[in-house]
Design a protein around this ligand. Structure first.
Ligand SMILES: [Zn+2]
Length: 63
């Protein structure tokens, strides 16, 4: 039985492969890295939008 690595597309043996469904530790880490950066990117973009709205309707400092 073989499995295709979702990262690099290499076809590897399923049996005895500790990194499955990846072909190697490198691809396993690459997938984890991509998943983590995806997770951190989403709240960051939302905060940018909120910041703009607060600045727009903030109190005026014209005295
Ligand atoms: Zn791979």
């Amino acid at each position: 039985m073989t499995v295709k690595c979702p990262i690099c597309g290499n076809v590897e043996q399923w049996e005895g492969n500790v990194f499955r469904p990846f072909c190697s530790k490198r691809c396993q880490l690459l997938d984890l890295d991509g998943w983590l950066s995806e997770r951190y990117r989403i709240p960051d973009a939302e905060e940018d939008g909120l910041d703009e709205a607060v600045r727009e309707s903030g109190p005026t400092s014209a005295d």
